[in-house]
Design a protein around this ligand. Structure first.
Ligand code: HEM
Length: 462
């Protein structure tokens, strides 16, 4: 008996020693003031999604590129400077994603976004050809078609987007991803609407869970009513992606596929048919992951000269100013405002702080893109920042809307092509006037940058 007590005492002493050592090292990183022991846990727990978003912005203003949030026994390092971001993202050391991704596994499994190690490498290799330049050329047909449809809908119902642009844009991107990557050209609009509603409810549950540190332990969380609601929403969202796969499989067997383009989903299905690289569960993981981005007008008009024809790749390559506008938008409003990584070994950041192995590091792209040393007057929308001349001396990781390094966004070129085609189509038909000003936007924490209130844009026919 006394031996057991002695052993327990040793384990306890070692544990306390580890916590003290960890806290001693990590406490050199500046931190907003919190309560003893619980740190900022109690305050963060009370935040709603808007307050949490604003809390991060305030902390970023109060610190210089790096700070620490202390939550009971562990700390999360918040990073928003280009040097540290480069060090973390560039190499192969810190490729393990943070805890926030693990709680998505119920929905996304361990698909490309959430997987690590050999599984990630194999999937990345398998899916990369789906974003090859020649494939993207084929996607342009769909982007042009959907942009024409969007313009037509706008002409018929111009009030719709004036109430809120977000649902219109989400519908457009959902349709294009389903058609291009999944090869589905007859998606039911009502299913998309239903999917979006379910997704919003799911996001709310997940964000709450990340705030409640005790719910990070699966055993405790799984006993809650929220866990059951989450499971039911995930089942519904999985039905949506399963239907996409079944639909495509039916089309393949009935040879009713019109275009010769190989959709990303076909690459996955081919791989399943010919080898053992991926099974049905793996395919579903990837489908779930992918279903989840006045001077300009003159430039567009100079190229098209009033002709009513589709955009070609050559046209798009000439739209340099439009590209600067898109980049400046992604700088101020990065669609993915933060990403996270788990520190795989003890290391010292480029800014000189020691970070112990296992620590979660959050990279706040939103704040990194507002570094006044790199972007003077950072809130000002100024596309000229992205001309070739003005970009040439910028540190490479000072603009990372698509992340960087080996785990950067696989859909980066796809997204740029889609956005350029879309805006080109819009600018040829409408003048856009913002009804809401940037300062009216109420941002909230979500998987992607999101506002609580509508974003209203006036479309004026030209
Ligand atoms: C404006 C549009 C987009 C933005 C700003 C964006 C941004 C990002 C970012 C920041 C990451 C890194 C995530 C992390 O490290 O945790 C990422 C990864 C990823 N993105 Fe995108 N993305 C966009 C569009 C797309 C599109 C259109 C697709 C698919 C067609 C896509 C597919 C992916 C995938 C699969 C990953 C995971 C890659 C990996 O870990 O190997 N993204 N994206």
């Amino acid at each position: 008996m006394s031996l057991i007590i002695a052993l327990l005492a040793v384990v306890l002493i070692l544990l306390v020693y580890r916590i003290f050592r960890y806290k001693h090292i990590i406490s050199r990183i500046p931190s907003p003031k919190g309560l003893p022991i619980v740190g900022l846990a109690a305050e963060i727990l009370q935040d709603d999604s808007v307050a949490l978003f604003n809390r991060f912005r305030k902390y970023a203003k109060d610190h210089k590129g790096i700070y620490r949030i202390s939550l009971m026994f562990y700390d999360i390092i918040q990073i928003y400077n280009a040097e540290d971001a480069e060090q973390i993202l560039k190499g192969n050391i810190h490729q393990w994603k943070g805890y926030d991704y693990e709680i998505l596994e119920n929905w996304l499994g361990t698909g490309l976004l959430t997987s690590v190690g050999e599984k990630w490498r194999t999937r990345r290799k398998l899916l990369t050809p789906a974003f090859h330049f020649q494939i993207l050329q084929e996607f342009l047909i769909c982007f042009n078609e959907e942009t024409r449809r969007f313009v037509k809908d706008m002409n018929e119902n111009i009030d719709q987007c004036q109430k809120d642009i977000k649902p219109c844009v989400i519908s457009f991107t959902m349709k294009t991803i389903c058609e291009t990557a999944m090869g589905l050209d007859d998606i039911d609009e009502s299913n998309v609407v239903d999917y979006k509603i379910k997704m919003k409810k799911y996001v709310d549950i997940i964000i709450k869970r990340t705030q409640q540190f005790w719910n990070r332990i699966p055993f405790i969380y799984n006993l809650t009513a929220e866990a059951k609601r989450e499971q039911s929403l995930v089942s519904d969202m999985h039905k949506f992606s399963r239907d996409i796969i079944i639909n495509r499989m039916k089309k393949r067997s009935g040879s009713t596929i019109k275009r010769k383009r190989v959709a990303m989903l076909d690459l996955l299905l081919n791989s399943k048919e010919t080898g053992e690289q991926i099974d049905m569960e793996g395919i579903q993981e990837e489908v779930d992951t992918f279903v989840f981005a006045e001077k300009a007008r003159e430039e567009v008009e100079n190229i098209f000269q009033g002709e009513d024809r589709d955009c070609s790749l050559e046209d798009l390559s000439k739209l340099e100013y439009l590209e600067c506008c898109i980049k400046e938008t992604l700088r101020i409003y990065p669609s993915v405002p933060l990403i996270s990584r788990r520190c795989s070994e003890n290391y010292t950041t480029a800014t000189g702080y020691q970070i112990p192995e296992g620590t979660i590091m959050t990279l706040h792209i939103f704040d990194l893109h507002r570094d006044p040393k790199i972007y003077p007057d950072p809130e000002k929308f100024d596309p000229e920042r992205f001309t070739a001349e003005n970009s040439k001396n910028r540190p490479p990781f000072a603009f990372i809307p698509f992340s960087g390094g080996p785990r950067n966004c696989i859909g980066q070129k796809y997204a740029m092509l889609e956005m350029k085609t879309f805006f080109c189509g819009i600018l040829r038909n409408f003048k856009l006037e913002a009804i809401d000003k940037p300062e009216d936007l109420i941002f909230e924490v979500d998987f992607v940058l999101s506002t609580k209130n509508p974003i209203r844009v006036r479309f004026v026919k030209i």
